[in-house]
Design a protein around this ligand. Sequence first.
Ligand SMILES: [Zn+2]
Length: 192
Amino acid sequence: MNCSNCQKEADFRYRVLEVQTLNVRSLKGYNRVQAIGKFQDYGICMSCAERKLRETLEFSGEKRKHCIFSIIIIILGLLIILNKGSEDIVGFTGIFFILGGVLIEYGTVSEWLKLRKELNALTPEKRIERAAWMELLDVAPKKSIDSDISYIPVREETVKMKKGDFMVMYDLIPEIVEKAWSLVNADYSKNN
Ligand SMILES: [Zn+2]
């Protein structure tokens, strides 16, 4: 099997079950509808996994963009306050911008630190496996027409999970838990 990202020989192979989620808006508010899709096979190579790990540990890419964006918002807020003259409403807008910027900054940085801590707590082997899985989630399709696609990996850790944990981990609605669970289990025992 080849790497789903760069087509080199894959070092990590994944069999996954697709779950399609549709958010339906009705008078009662939002409602989630889920359907089980097909089993798919994906591969990720070592160099793509290593790149993903590096990008995740470094403060770069999307994280840096969010950071720059929040700094621009904070500066805008300061400029508004400095130029407000005597109108309070303009001052409020400035404070609003500054708070928004600080929140984005805080969210981005704390999320990154949390993930970094999680990764650093793993053994090198588990860490690169985790990065390969993250890379796969980046590479695999995320949308199918209107619905979002998520993936349940068919592997030992998944079939060993308690059903409740399985539901939470893969964000499943109660209606499909049973079916997803038995499909994943049957597929795992067939291939192992
Ligand atoms: Zn690759």
